[in-house]
Ligand binder design. Structure first.
Ligand SMILES: O=C(O)Cc1cc(O)ccc1O
Ligand SMILES: [Fe+2]
Length: 435
């Protein structure tokens, strides 16, 4: 069910719609009429254009936003390398199935310093591939700090704790079981109104997410466009001491920072198609088999991109007759990185896949239900059952091999050495040759 148990103040109003041309102004008459860059924009603002695609991208792909702000983004001192941030040196490409115990919450690090790269492929510099990160933040970003990634759009899956994200275009309050997409270049700062927060991030080095085609499903279903929420314009017009703002920039997976004398959160109005948004996974309209067989998990695709799909396993009724209902055993040309926001995943009932943990089944790495899940599902009475009640597993699925970092393999100390031994090696032989 949708996340509802939270009251929120006016700044968390949203514009509804995925891929909609939105406009928002915090003061009337901010947006120019019939033009984008008048000689003197209203209220003494500067006009600035933010491009998320090349200028010549086809209309159906083109994502740009005009912002009307108190000072342009360019007014800052040079970016310098922040040597305290560790850039992973190697992405190890290994076929081994991997599973991680829950990642620790960190009560000290802020958003910027809690980002840990677990895996990835390709390079932000050539705009190929993706990065997978875990964040575990225990502190709000210090006042007068902001962050943006030049490496790609970040899809954030909140597993624990609430993120109060102040972006250039307005505020997003993102709670567990919700996701946010923070596009390349858009500046934001992250506060933690309810204490530590932890989650998973998929960063696309190329392109942007779209809603999947619905084909024979028809015109509604899965993640519906109107349930995606973009912020409304909200600005800060305070004047700050010279050099008192720090802006962090993740650039080719290195961290840089620059100082400036004004807030980046000074956008009084904006219009366009390039904006951050959030989505409550509880609003997903799940479709499934009402006859027999286990369908491909593509029916659970929330957002898609040629580099990676974001897929969820929401609570749902299983009614199939004469069917082994959990996922089949399989080998896949795609790589499958999975996480668990809460509850239990129906393919892994043996206890090893836990909320805040993760697994990675790379290209052609064999996997499927663990021995416990197999035993239960083969013996189950096939009456209608609701699976995944109070649960939300998800998958970042990519055609690319996902390399893993030293942090993922060693330093985080969460790899389960007995993953294969406990999950699939115990599977029993049931074969009986007919007499
Ligand atoms: O491996 C997994 O658990 C993910 C998955 C789920 C499913 O229902 C079908 C295929 C698949 O890879
Ligand atoms: Fe799989």
């Amino acid at each position: 069910m949708p996340v509802t148990n939270f009251s929120f103040p006016d700044k968390y109003q949203y514009l509804n719609g995925f891929g909609s041309y939105h406009e928002s102004e915090a003061i009337p008459d901010t947006l120019p009429i019939g033009a984008n860059s008048p000689q003197r924009p209203n209220h003494g603002l500067y006009a600035e254009k933010l491009s998320g695609t090349s200028f010549t991208a086809p209309r159906s792909e083109n994502l740009q936003t005009w912002v009307y702000r108190i000072l342009p983004s360019a007014a800052h001192l040079p970016f310098e390398l922040d040597t305290s941030y560790e850039t992973p040196k190697t992405l190890h490409q290994i076929p081994r199935q991997l599973r991680w115990d829950p990642f620790d919450l960190d009560d000290k690090a802020d958003w910027v310093h809690s980002l840990k790269q677990l895996g990835g492929v390709g390079s932000p510099a050539t705009k190929t591939g993706l990065g997978i990160f875990i964040y575990a933040a225990g502190a709000s970003m210090p006042p007068q700090q902001a962050f943006h990634s030049s490496d790609g759009d970040m899809l954030v899956v909140v597993q624990h704790g609430v993120l109060d994200i102040q972006t250039e275009l307005g505020h997003l309050l993102v709670r567990p079981n919700e996701i946010a997409v923070l596009p390349r270049g858009i500046k934001y700062r992250v506060d933690l109104p309810s204490g530590p927060s932890r989650g998973y991030i998929l960063e696309l080095h190329a392109g942007h997410f779209k809603l999947p085609e619905l084909g024979p499903i028809g015109s509604n279903g899965l993640a519906n466009a109107r349930d995606f929420q973009a912020p409304v314009a909200c600005f800060d017009d305070a004047e700050y001491a010279p050099g008192s703002w720090t802006v962090f920039n993740k650039y080719d997976n290195q961290m840089f920072s620059a100082t400036q004398s004004h807030t980046p959160f000074d956008v009084v109005g904006w219009h366009g198609l390039y904006y951050p948004y959030k989505y409550d996974l509880g609003r997903f309209n799940t479709i499934g088999s009402t006859s027999f067989d286990h369908p491909d998990p593509s029916i659970f695709t929330v957002l898609t991109n040629p580099t990676a799909d974001f897929v969820i396993f929401p609570p749902r009724w299983l009614v199939q007759e004469d069917t082994f209902r959990p996922p089949w055993y399989h080998r896949n040309t795609m790589s499958e990185f999975m996480g668990l926001v809460m509850g239990e995943y129906d393919a892994k009932t043996g206890g090893g896949f836990r909320a805040a943990g993760a697994s990675l089944h790379n290209v052609m790495s064999a996997h499927g239900p663990d021995a416990d899940a197999h035993e239960k599902a083969s013996a189950a009475d096939l009456k209608p059952v609701k699976v995944g009640e109070g649960s939300m597993a998800f998958m970042f699925e990519s055609p690319l091999m996902i390399g893993v970092t030293d942090w993922a393999l060693e330093l985080c100390r969460k790899v389960q050495p007995k993953y294969n031994a406990e999950s699939w090696v115990p599977l029993k032989r049931h074969f009986k040759r007919p007499e």
